[in-house]
Design a protein around this ligand. Structure first.
Ligand code: MN
Length: 205
């Protein structure tokens, strides 16, 4: 599916005359796939975890954020695909707009897909996500090492929403000291600002 088709839901939810979020019309994928973790002070504080797959960012809302401790299983609820340009987005989404609230870029970098089948053969990353289990090595400023995303509820019966777990793999390399980020104290890896600073500046840089 082309990015334009995949971004239909993203664009339907937003009025680009009102929000400064990108419409995703200028995306060009780079040689290495990217990831970004944003902190989003919306109706409920959460982290948004996004992995580039092809020409979009596959996205999950992670209420507690990623943990560097392999014992922490973090709930991750899928959200609509976002444009690649979204990894730069930091600012204030106007009240009343979809996702209204303040966003900072907490961490970002590249990742290495590591998914294999039962015989140890590499599997395409998009395919592994479709099958509900993907492993990857993050190379960010804060997050480093191997992580896995695993779907544990497909949400197909409509009673409960689709849900995944984001877990750091034991022995997956050095963790860094960011096991449980406090979203209100955390600083943007882009601009060094906190959520409060971005909110006070109205999102202007
Ligand atoms: Mn969000």
């Amino acid at each position: 599916m082309a990015g334009d088709e995949r971004l239909r839901e993203y664009r339907r939810k937003r009025d680009f005359g009102r929000t400064r979020e990108p419409s995703g019309r200028r995306d060009t994928p780079g040689p290495e796939p990217r990831f970004v973790v944003q902190i989003h002070d919306a109706r409920r504080m959460h982290f948004d975890f996004r992995l580039q797959v092809g020409d979009v960012l596959k996205s999950w809302s992670v209420p507690k954020g990623p943990s560097a401790d392999p014992h922490d299983k973090r709930l991750a609820v899928p959200t609509e695909d976002h444009p690649l340009e979204y990894e730069d987005f930091e600012g204030v989404i106007p009240k009343g707009e979809y996702g209204g609230g303040t966003v900072i870029v907490w961490d970002r970098g590249t990742y290495e897909p590591l998914s294999h089948d039962r015989r140890g053969r590499p599997v395409g990353f998009a395919e592994s996500l479709e099958h509900g289990h993907a492993t990857f090595r993050l190379r960010g400023s804060k997050l480093r090492g191997e992580y896995a995303l695993t779907r544990f509820r497909d949400g197909r019966d409509g009673a409960e929403e689709e849900a995944w777990l984001l877990v750091r793999k034991a022995g997956g390399g050095p963790a860094g000291g960011h096991s449980t980020p406090d979203p209100r104290r955390a600083r943007s890896v882009r601009t060094g600002r906190t959520l409060a600073q971005v909110a006070a500046e109205g999102g202007e840089e």
